[in-house]
Design a protein. Structure first.
Length: 179
């Protein structure tokens, strides 16, 4: 009952908030719509084993919109996903979690912008999520729980493993695509 009540309450609250925002405040309306899209995707995909890459990328775009509103030009994102790759599948929330980890664990400032790239490899068997490494200082070390979770989920779903690389100032995670 709780899992049915919480989403209903949240979406009613978002609708109420939308009604309170002045009609001419387009940035606030857009932000609220993107927030609702993010939450909706989480609810709809949480029980799925895989989702189409096109759906995951739409979710990542909504998530990035929220963060770009916060960080502006200090968060630079580029994606180069081939048209053929959009027909493949990934584990839900996996690409977003990698982007979230990049934002969580790295300095993002005008002096040190965070650059995140999502791109498919030439043969469309992997999508890479890559960012420049500029670790935050003074915070506790990462437990890598999110990354371990992704690796474990893919181990059960795909024959090809997730690969994690850290070299030349870049942190890269290669995520296999399911045809």
């Amino acid at each position: 009952m709780r899992s049915q009540l919480d989403p209903h309450f949240l979406f009613n609250s978002l609708n109420t908030l939308a009604a309170l925002i002045e009609d001419d405040n387009e940035p606030a309306h857009t932000y609220l719509e993107q927030l609702a899209d993010v939450y909706r995707y989480v609810l709809l995909s949480r029980d799925k084993t895989t989702v189409p890459l096109c759906e995951e990328m739409a979710f990542v775009e909504a998530y990035l919109y929220l963060n770009k509103t916060r960080f502006r030009d200090d968060l630079q994102v580029e994606h180069q996903i081939s048209a053929a790759a959009y027909a493949t599948s990934v584990a839900p929330l996996s690409l977003q979690m990698l982007v979230e980890n990049a934002i969580k664990h790295n300095v993002i400032s005008p002096e040190s912008p965070l650059c995140v790239t999502l791109y498919t490899e030439t043969d469309d068997t992997y999508v890479r999520v890559q960012n420049n490494v500029q670790p935050k200082t003074g915070l506790e070390q990462s437990t890598k729980v999110g990354l371990r979770n992704i690796i474990s989920r893919y181990r059960l779903l795909f024959e090809h493993p997730v690969e994690v690389l850290r070299e030349n100032g870049l942190f890269t995670v290669r995520v296999p695509l399911l045809s």
